[in-house]
Design a protein around this ligand. Structure first.
Ligand code: FRU
Length: 461
C-alpha cells in the first residue's frame, strides 16, 4: 500500500502502483538495483492532465510493498523543459543510468524531442547528462521512449526508439554503442519487406521493448492508429507483441498478438530480475481524454494505476503472462466454493484473488465482480465476454476473447477498483478498472464440474 490520497480514496487500490496525486501513465526505468526494485512512472504531480511529465519513483523489496522516493527527474533544461517522457534504466559500474525523452514545445507550438540520459550513484539523486545524439534525419519529431540494454553477443549497448516516418507511419529506430558514450544510428528495426508482413502499421509506434524470454526474441510495442478488427484493437490505442528470429526478422506466418483484451492496458515495459525472471508492468489507463476526465478519481485529484507485475514465459509459440509469485504472500483467509449453482461472496477491501479451475470442458458461467461489471463464458462459442457500465455515459461496453483451446482456469486479481483476468495460465489477459461505491460483492452463476473456486482474501497493508 502506497501513501498519498489514494489511501483514503472512495476507489482505493492496495497492491497496484498509483500516483500520490495527479496523473500517472507509463511505467519507466524498471530495474533491480543494489538489492531493491526501482520503479519509475510518468507522473504529472500538478493535476490530472497530460502536461508537465516527470518521473515518479518508488522502491520495493518484493514488488508489492512500495516506498515513495523523491521525484527522480523533472523538466528543467532547454532539452526537456516541457516533459520528461518515457524511457528505461540500466546499471553500469555500480551506477544507475536513466534514459528518457526530453519533450520541448517550441514557441510556434511545434514539438522537439531529445533522447537524454541521467545518472545516480545512490539510486535516489539523479544528475542529468544531456542529449545523447542528434535527432535522426527522415523522421518527424515523434521519436521517443528509449529502451537500452547490453547485448552480450555483440558486446555493444543497444537502444531502440519508437518513431514516426515523414510519411506518418510507425517504426522502430535502432542505435548501438561500444563505449557507452558515442551512439551509432543502425537504421530501422524492420526494412520494408519485413514491414509488409505486418497486417496493420498505424501512424506511430510508442514504447518499444526488445528482449528474450525462454530463448525466444520478442518485440513489444504500442502502435497508434490501428483499426479495430473483430474482437481485436477495441481500445483507443493498443499494445502488441511479435515473435522474431534471432536476426530480428518476422517469420512470415507470424502475426501481431494483442497483449491484453481488456479495457485499460498500454505502454508496458519489461525488465529482468536477478533470478532471471522477465517481469512486465503496464499502464492501466489509456483512454480518450473525455473519458479520462470523467473518471471518478479525478474529483479526488488523482488518476490511473499500473498493472500488477506479470512474469512472462514463452512456450509452444505463445506468450504467457502470470501474476508474479510474490503476490501469493498476500493470501490471507481462504475458502472454496462449488462451480455448480449460484453463490455470493463479499470482496475484501484490500483485494481478493479468485482461482476457478474447471474439469475437462467448462460450461457457461457468469461472474459478477460488482454491479454492472461481469465476466461471462459462452461454452458453445468458446467466448469470454467482459462487460461493464461505462462511467462516462452510463452505456454498457464489452470486450471479447475467443479461446482456441478448452477453458481450464480463470484467475481474477481484484483490487479496490481494478481487475486483471488471467485466462488458462496467462495465455490471455484482460485488465479493467471499475468504480463501484457499494461494497463489492462477487456473484457466481454456473453449472460446472471442477475443482471449484478457490477464493483468497488478500492483505496488502
Ligand atoms: C505512451 C507515451 C509515450 C511518451 C509518454 C508521455 O503513453 O505517449 O510515448 O513518452 O507517454 O507521457
Amino acid at each position: 500500500m502506497l501513501d498519498g490520497r489514494v489511501k483514503d480514496s472512495r476507489y482505493p487500490l492496495s497492491f497496484h502502483c498509483t500516483p500520490e496525486e495527479g496523473l500517472l501513465n507509463d511505467p519507466n526505468g524498471l530495474i533491480e538495483y543494489q538489492g531493491a526494485y526501482h520503479l519509475f512512472y510518468q507522473w504529472n504531480s500538478k493535476d490530472c492532465s497530460h502536461d508537465y511529465k516527470s518521473w515518479g519513483h518508488v522502491v520495493s523489496q518484493d514488488m508489492i510493498h512500495w516506498k515513495r522516493l523523491p521525484v527522480a527527474l523533472v523538466p528543467s533544461e532547454p532539452y526537456d523543459k516541457d516533459g520528461i517522457y518515457s524511457g528505461s534504466a540500466i546499471e553500469k559500474d555500480g551506477k544507475l543510468y536513466l534514459f528518457y525523452t526530453g519533450n520541448v514545445i517550441n514557441p510556434d507550438r511545434s514539438r522537439s524531442s531529445f533522447q537524454c540520459w541521467a545518472v545516480s550513484e545512490n539510486g535516489v539523486d539523479f544528475k542529468k547528462l544531456g542529449p545523447l545524439f542528434e535527432h535522426p534525419q527522415g523522421y518527424t519529431r515523434h521519436v521517443r521512449d528509449p529502451k537500452v540494454w547490453f547485448d552480450n553477443e555483440t558486446h555493444r549497448w543497444r537502444l531502440v526508439l519508437g518513431a514516426q516516418t515523414l510519411a506518418e507511419q510507425g517504426t522502430i529506430l535502432c542505435y548501438s554503442s561500444a563505449d557507452f558514450k558515442k551512439w551509432q544510428f543502425d537504421g530501422e528495426l524492420f526494412d520494408s519487406n519485413e514491414m509488409d508482413k505486418i497486417s496493420q502499421r498505424g501512424y506511430m509506434w510508442e514504447c518499444p521493448d526488445l528482449f528474450q524470454v525462454d530463448g525466444q526474441e520478442l518485440l513489444l510495442y504500442s502502435p497508434q492508429g490501428l483499426t479495430a478488427e473483430r474482437e481485436q484493437y477495441q481500445n483507443i490505442h493498443q499494445t502488441v507483441y511479435l515473435s522474431l528470429t534471432k536476426e530480428w526478422q518476422i517469420a512470415s506466418e507470424n502475426e501481431l498478438v494483442e497483449m491484453d483484451w481488456g479495457f485499460e492496458f498500454y505502454a508496458p515495459q519489461t525488465f529482468e530480475t536477478a533470478d532471471e525472471r522477465r517481469i512486465l508492468y503496464g499502464w492501466m489507463g489509456v483512454m480518450p481524454p473525455e473519458k479520462e476526465q470523467a473518471q471518478p478519481t479525478v474529483a479526488e485529484k488523482w488518476v490511473h494505476c499500473l498493472t500488477i507485475p506479470r512474469e512472462l514465459n514463452f512456450h509452444e509459440g505463445r506468450l504467457y503472462q502470470r501474476p508474479i509469485r510474490e503476490l501469493q504472500q498476500l493470501r490471507g483467509e481462504e475458502s472454496t466454493f462449488g462451480l455448480m449453482g449460484d453463490w455470493k461472496c463479499p470482496l475484501a477491501k484490500f483485494g481478493s484473488e479468485i482461482l476457478m479451475t474447471f474439469d475437462s470442458f467448462a460450461e457457461d458461467f457468469q461472474v459478477e465482480v460488482t454491479t454492472g461489471f461481469s465476466l461471462l463464458f459462452d461454452a458453445k462459442k468458446s467466448l469470454l465476454e467482459l462487460s461493464r457500465t461505462n462511467w462516462e455515459d452510463g452505456k454498457k461496453e464489452f470486450r471479447h476473447y475467443h479461446l482456441d483451446e478448452p477453458l481450464k482456469e480463470i484467475q481474477l486479481m481484484i483490487d479496490g477498483s481494478a481487475v486483471e483476468i488471467f485466462v488458462n495460465h496467462g495465455v490471455a489477459v484482460a485488465s479493467a478498472r471499475f468504480f463501484a461505491l457499494e461494497k463489492p460483492l462477487l456473484k457466481y452463476n454456473g453449472k460446472n464440474q471442477g475443482r471449484g473456486v478457490h477464493f483468497s482474501l488478500l492483505d496488502c497493508r
